[in-house]
Design a protein around this ligand. Structure first.
Ligand code: SF4
Ligand code: SF4
Ligand code: SF4
Ligand code: SF4
Length: 493
């Protein structure tokens, strides 16, 4: 009786949790594919996509990925052998337990006489596998302290729950033959923890048992031509697939910036946590938004996170969407202009043409607003006294100091492909490259940092290569951009 009540209560919570979580994949949306896609359109689209894959040649890919990446977890093996061993031990142990213990009335009792009346080697073997796996998990987290792997409260609950289940299970087997009294007490502990674990599963990190295989399989058969409704659903599901393993952050090309700045949102694994809150419309304060913008700004679109993610999450598309999502919600985009406009350019055909230029214009405005002089084209500018503070702040390195060698030959502007793109370049770019360099020499901060030329620069290094005076024009522009972005973010605080 007690057993049945607790079992059905746990199953009910588990079922509700499962429905709640899966419905979230269809309720929430992210990015440019989110437009005009309601739940009633997304669920049939997902079923249709699934059926189309099953009855196509992609079924072979699906089976291969299931065997290699889901069953044998080859992606994890490639990244970290100890982690792979831990996964396999826990996974194989639980599979054994499921068939020899949870399904005991179906399989083993029909094969073996008096299955439960003696010490059960199947259970002991499975228990040893799982406990070895848990021991490796504890070792990695608390002794080895794997770089970028963070342990939060949820990880600790899961480890504690699993440990209690396994230890009480072993104690149960041992007391079966020695003390009925102890056996009964431990039985209650064991049963209650097992069912607590079952009820907690959809709300815990262990939910990735379902979502990670789903993400691996979906990504193996989906591409940019897939139904936008399904891409959106997959992306929301991917947020549940993330195990917060830290592999992406370990490989991230700008993770070194985290070591010096300390902003966690530079790390892709931490940004996944932010994204979950962002799409569920949790309240994120201005400080949180500024931190994520810095992370997005520093991201180089190098793709190393996507290539190395053991859960097969397409982080490349997620980063693009979070940038686009922030624009759609009207958050300031000034800090993400250069890397974002480059990536956006690659995705131009997927974006709404009528909206395409809006965020870029807004970002330009955010960046140039703090520099009033650049917009007052008729004003006569006094060159004395020189803005020493600005000149000193711009002397970041020996390379930037080369601006003083400029003798205004205009070579840099002549070879610049951006300048050459316009019939009347000053109308669109405010200042040309040689004028920016001269503005630095004169210490006119507003002109050096406020012109649109800085942000349209392609970093092609043509100007720097052709300068007869050895002025490091492109490097100077890069440092000016950083200074201008800092100034713009200060003025928007
Ligand atoms: S995105 Fe992938 S690699 Fe990064 S923490 Fe999540 S599961 Fe690990
Ligand atoms: S794409 Fe961005 S987040 Fe991903 S590894 Fe490269 S720099 Fe890091
Ligand atoms: S090419 Fe060199 S010297 Fe000539 S204007 Fe440009 S920065 Fe100055
Ligand atoms: S690096 Fe920038 S400023 Fe220099 S030539 Fe290329 S686009 Fe023009």
């Amino acid at each position: 009786m007690f057993y049945n009540i607790v079992l059905y209560a746990a199953l009910t919570v588990f079922g509700i949790g499962l429905i709640y979580k899966i419905s979230g994949w269809f309720r929430f949306s992210i990015g440019i594919h989110a437009k005009n896609k309601t739940i009633s359109a997304r669920i049939p689209a997902a079923l249709k996509g699934l059926i189309a894959v099953i009855f196509s040649q992609k079924l072979g890919t699906l089976i291969r990925v299931f065997i290699m990446d889901v069953l044998f977890q080859i992606r994890v093996l490639k990244n970290d052998k100890l982690r792979w061993l831990m996964h396999m031990l826990i996974y194989a142990g639980f599979m054994f337990l499921f068939f020899t213990h949870a399904l005991d009335r179906v399989i083993p009792t029909s094969l073996f006489d008096r299955y439960y009346l003696k010490l059960n080697p199947f259970l002991l073997f499975s228990g040893c596998l799982v406990i070895s796996g848990i021991a490796i998990a504890v070792y990695r987290r608390f002794i080895l302290k794997v770089p970028r792997l963070k342990t939060n409260a949820m990880d600790q609950y899961v480890i504690i729950l699993l440990a209690i289940i396994m230890l009480s299970g072993i104690a149960l087997e041992s007391t079966k033959l020695t003390s009925y009294n102890h056996y009964q007490k431990i039985w209650y502990i064991h049963i209650l923890t097992c069912f607590l674990g079952l009820a907690y599963l959809p709300f815990s990190k262990m939910f990735h048992l379902f979502t990670t295989p789903a993400s691996l399989l979906a990504n193996s058969v989906m591409d940019k031509n897939s139904d936008p409704a399904n891409i959106m659903t997959r992306q929301v599901m991917e947020l549940d697939s993330c195990t917060h393993c830290g592999t992406c952050s370990f490989h991230c090309s700008v993770a070194v910036a985290f070591d010096s700045i300390g902003n966690e949102n530079i790390l892709p694994s931490e940004r996944m946590t932010f994204l979950k809150d962002y799409i569920t419309r949790k309240n994120i304060n201005a400080q949180g938004l500024a931190a994520i913008q810095q992370g997005i700004y520093l991201c180089t679109n190098c793709d190393r996170c996507t290539i190395n993610c053991p859960a097969g999450i397409n982080l490349r598309d997620l980063w693009f969407n979070v940038r686009e999502e922030m624009i759609q919600r009207g958050h300031s985009v000034s800090l993400m202009l250069t890397p974002f406009s480059f990536y956006r350019g690659l995705k131009q055909q997927e974006l709404d043409p009528a909206q395409y230029d809006n965020p870029l214009h807004k970002a330009e405005k955010d960046l140039t607003d703090p520099f009033e002089l650049v917009n007052k084209t008729e004003e006569i500018i006094s060159l004395t006294p020189a803005n020493r503070e600005f000149k000193e702040s711009a002397d970041l390195s020996t390379r930037t100091g080369t601006y003083s060698y400029c003798f205004t030959c205009e070579n840099c502007s002549t070879v610049c492909p951006v300048v050459g793109n316009y019939e009347n370049p000053q109308e669109y770019l405010d200042l040309l490259p040689h004028q920016i360099i001269r503005s630095m020499g004169f210490g006119v901060k507003d002109l050096a940092m406020g012109s649109r030329m800085l942000w349209y620069c392609l970093t092609c290094y043509q100007c720097q290569e052709h300068c007869p005076q050895g002025v490091k024009v492109t490097d100077i522009f890069y440092e000016l951009k950083n200074l201008a972005a800092k100034e713009a973010s200060r003025s928007s605080e």
